[in-house]
Ligand binder design. Structure first.
Ligand code: FAD
Length: 395
């Protein structure tokens, strides 16, 4: 019985159950609802409430996103700031964009609730069992069944990285939304990397996203768990020179950085999504574009083959390059500000962004590599290869 939610033995059945109404779950739900498929009944399970607290997501892309209608702010110029100088970097094909989680959540949950044979339930999936020809999911005392389950559950605490062979860093984000007098910010340009944090060199940076002349998101990103509030205040008052401002909202979170592969397939009918499927780019912490690409791949496979169990796009070369960057970041962080400066000043920004997004072809990669300082990278490559094959203990 394709495309219909029905009850069998008292169990509500769907074509697909999406576990987790976070970024990847809602991205997939939105694309699935737009798909040309007879498998149209969707159940989304998440215990998280509609969330009005500040959570922003930024990304770049040369093409429109599935979330284009809710992009709040977009920039065509980036700024990269080192200790000595600020570099303005114009974007060509790409636009840097920010959206708010609350908008995304509202948009997609409403679409699911309006769609026939689709449901959102408030609860935690406690058991997901692949029974060969279908999957059952238990939520408290209730059970549901589906042809497929797309599972975005992920707990940082459960992540096991073989640290002898792969890096395991954490990126800690703390953001404040500031309101200051009119004319304080220049909304034309987004500062992507400002390494003047006053912390250990290269292990942290700020980004500043001016939403208007009076409002900006200032976000501290660190590899170390820091008490962020005084660092942010020092930066805002001292470096940005703001004497009067108000903190309107705050956001905080931690993301994994590892080049170790995450398995995308939990079983024949259960596929992982989002962070759980390894969609956080190891060397940058960005995931949104990769999540969207991955979800588009799933839906394409559903349309073309009647089966959403498609592997994510991935490349060994990029995984290796991520590993080398993580190696440098972990062992020689003070080099990072210079490396980012060179990356963005000796290459067109679009090429760098394509590279960071794993869309650059081999020609672009070679051109980028030629602009980077060779010795630190060669040394990092050597350390990475040794670690990968012999383990860290023998370094
Ligand atoms: C602070 C922070 C800022 C980030 N900013 C950016 C950014 O600007 N740009 C970018 O590209 N990437 C960013 N990322 C990385 C990435 O895009 C996000 O982490 C994104 O939320 C990942 O989506 P996800 O669906 O994998 O996880 P989530 O969005 O966390 O969704 C997982 C969902 O699963 C639910 N869940 C968990 N267990 C259960 C269960 N048992 N039953 C049902 N539901 C369950 C959770 O409630 C949650 O809603 C950021 C990450 C962090 C931590």
């Amino acid at each position: 019985m394709s495309g219909a939610a029905f009850e069998a033995d008292g169990v509500a059945s769907f074509d697909v159950i999406i576990v987790g109404a976070g970024v990847s779950g809602l991205c997939l739900a939105r694309l699935w609802l737009q798909a040309n498929t007879p498998f149209r009944s969707i159940l989304v399970i998440d215990g998280a409430r509609d969330d009005a607290t500040l959570r922003t997501f930024s990304f770049w892309s040369p093409v429109e996103s599935v979330f284009e209608s809710i992009v709040r702010h977009a920039w065509k110029e980036l700024r990269i700031v080192g200790q000595e100088a600020m570099h303005a970097v114009p974007l060509g094909e790409c636009t840097y964009r920010t959206l708010f989680w609350a908008d995304l959540q509202r948009l997609v949950l409403e679409e699911i609730r309006r769609a026939p044979r689709c449901r959102v339930i408030d609860g935690r999936a406690e058991e997901v069992v692949d029974r060969g020809d279908h999957v059952t999911v238990r939520v408290g005392a209730e059970a549901f069944s589906a042809r497929w389950v797309m599972d975005s559950r992920f707990r940082l605490a459960d992540l096991r990285v073989d640290e002898r062979r792969w890096h395991s860093l954490r990126q800690h984000f703390t953001g404040v939304l500031l309101r200051a007098p009119e004319g304080t910010f220049d909304p034309k340009a987004a500062t992507l990397f400002d390494f003047r944090t006053g912390l250990a060199e290269g292990r942290s940076f700020f980004y500043v996203l001016p939403f208007s002349a009076e409002e900006a998101l200032v976000e501290l990103v660190t590899l170390d768990r820091e008490e962020a509030a005084p660092v942010i205040e020092r930066y805002v008052r001292g470096t940005l020179g703001l004497s009067s401002y108000e903190v309107v909202a705050r956001e905080h979170g931690t993301s994994p950085m590892t080049e170790q592969a995450f398995g995308w397939r939990a079983s024949g009918r259960v596929r992982r999504l989002g962070i759980a499927a390894g969609m956080v780019k190891a060397s940058t912490g960005y995931a949104l574009t990769r999540i969207e690409d991955d979800c588009r791949g799933i839906v394409r496979s559903l349309e073309e083959r009647g089966d959403p169990m498609a592997p994510p796009r991935g490349s060994r070369l990029y995984r290796f390059l991520d590993g080398v960057l993580l190696e440098l970041w972990a062992s020689r962080p003070a080099l990072l500000p210079g490396i980012f400066r060179v990356l963005f000043t000796k290459n067109p920004a679009d090429r760098v962004l394509r590279f960071l997004d794993e869309r650059a072809g081999i020609g672009d990669i070679v051109r980028i590599v030629m602009t980077l300082p060779s010795w630190p990278f060669l040394a990092a490559m050597g350390r990475w290869v040794r670690r990968r094959w012999f383990g860290r203990a023998q370094e």
